[in-house]
Design a protein around this ligand. Structure first.
Ligand code: PGA
Length: 245
């Protein structure tokens, strides 16, 4: 595992974007796994700048997003589809046909989810998977539980997550209660994983992840410790409870 502790959110975002850019420059048809939420917005802004000012070329890049609220249409401003176009895809030269985001309207959900994982395989797997982390340790919407599901699936959101995500909605009862998410196995198959964490709110979960040398499904992010190529980039606030630095 590689760990970078950067001064603040902006430095964290620049570091993450640099690694993305390096990978895209090495392999123009890179397959990216992408995430939503507050954490990656700065990284996406920096990638947009690099696309405009430094010729970072997205024309062959392929993307798969981690998750989507179930029941929301792609044009709903709260949907992750909308988020991705607003915060990245509308501003870089990516081909729309190379963008994959779980469809919140999917009906035959079991087959739909299998097909999502098959698509990833067809492109040769994810080269670089970006992740945020929930205050409860979730990655994607793989919520703490006794058992975790390997493949992409429909899941119930926990109270913690509904509460945390209610900041993007008018009230908590408007937050969808289900989501389609890549499974823990879909994530772990990525060749490289980059997890970002920023702010005091993430200090406790990052300490739990990095201070204790253990793996548990009640902290899904801890499973990343079993992956051979994980880079964690965090800011000083998120790192403030780490021991033995
Ligand atoms: P955040 O969400 O980036 O908005 O903090 C992260 C997550 O819940 O995975």
């Amino acid at each position: 595992m590689q760990l970078f502790i950067e001064k603040d959110y902006s430095a964290m975002s620049k570091k993450a974007a640099q690694i993305f850019a390096e990978k895209i420059r090495q392999k123009s048809d890179l397959v990216l796994g992408l995430a939503t939420g507050s954490t990656p917005i700065g990284t996406y802004k920096e990638l947009i700048r690099m696309n405009r000012e430094e010729n970072l070329d997205f024309s062959k890049v392929v993307t798969f997003n981690l998750d989507e609220y179930y029941g929301l249409t792609p044009d709903n401003p709260q949907s992750y589809n909308y988020f991705m176009f607003e915060n990245l895809f509308n501003h870089v030269n990516i081909q729309k046909e190379n963008v994959h985001i779980p469809d919140g309207r999917a009906s035959d959900i079991e087959n739909y989810c299998k097909e999502y994982d098959n698509q990833i395989e067809k492109y040769g797997g994810i080269d670089l998977q970006l992740l945020g982390i929930g205050v409860n340790g979730h990655i994607g919407f793989n919520e703490p539980a006794e058992e975790l599901i390997v493949g992409t699936h429909l899941t119930d959101l926990t109270e913690d997550t509904i509460k945390a995500n209610s900041r993007f909605f008018d009230s908590a009862d408007q937050v969808p209660t289900k989501a389609i998410t890549m499974g823990i196995g879909s994530i772990m198959k990525a060749k490289k994983i980059m997890l970002l964490a920023s702010g005091k709110g993430k200090a406790e979960i990052m300490a739990k992840l990095l201070n204790n040398n253990l793996v548990t499904t009640t902290n899904p992010a801890s499973l990343l410790m079993l992956h051979q190529d994980v880079t964690i980039i965090m800011d000083e606030e998120a790192a403030s409870q780490l021991k033995n630095l």
